[in-house]
Design a protein. Structure first.
Length: 139
């Protein structure tokens, strides 16, 4: 009974249930990104990165619209892609700017420090993206 009740709560529209689904969708879209990146890597890193970002972001936005926020009846596909994609670009800009500032302030920072910074910024952007998607895009 406890397991069934827990699953029912995760299907609900409470903040915690939506956040759990948001994290699961994010993980799935990261796997999709990695697959696209590796499939297209031979065509160049930049092309593989752009294709991976575009495809995984479109997938995540649609899954968020349908599954995370149960908004498919309220929000149509194009606005979800446009607004959710814009938020993803903001996140990309913030992580890129963070790396540039790190290079300016601490040019000797190695790959580990850079990776930690990107993960930290990505986590912060993820929380902000969740709040923006929940309160604005899919409300």
């Amino acid at each position: 009974m406890k397991g069934r009740a827990g699953r029912a709560r995760l299907r609900g529209d409470g903040v915690l249930a939506q956040f759990v689904r948001f994290v699961l969708v994010g993980g799935s879209s990261n796997i999709a990104y990695a697959l696209v990146f590796f499939l297209l890597h031979s065509r160049g890193v930049l092309a593989a990165n752009v294709a991976g970002v575009v495809i995984s972001t479109a997938l995540a936005n649609e899954l968020h619209r349908r599954l995370t926020f149960h908004a498919s009846a309220r929000v149509h596909w194009f606005p979800a892609q446009w607004e959710g994609g814009g938020l993803a670009l903001v996140g990309l800009g913030l992580s890129t700017a963070s790396l540039a500032l790190l290079d300016l302030w601490l040019p000797s920072a190695g790959g580990a420090v850079q990776a930690i910074l990107v993960v930290a910024v990505s986590a912060l952007v993820g929380v902000l993206r969740f709040l923006a998607l929940r309160g604005w895009v899919f409300s």
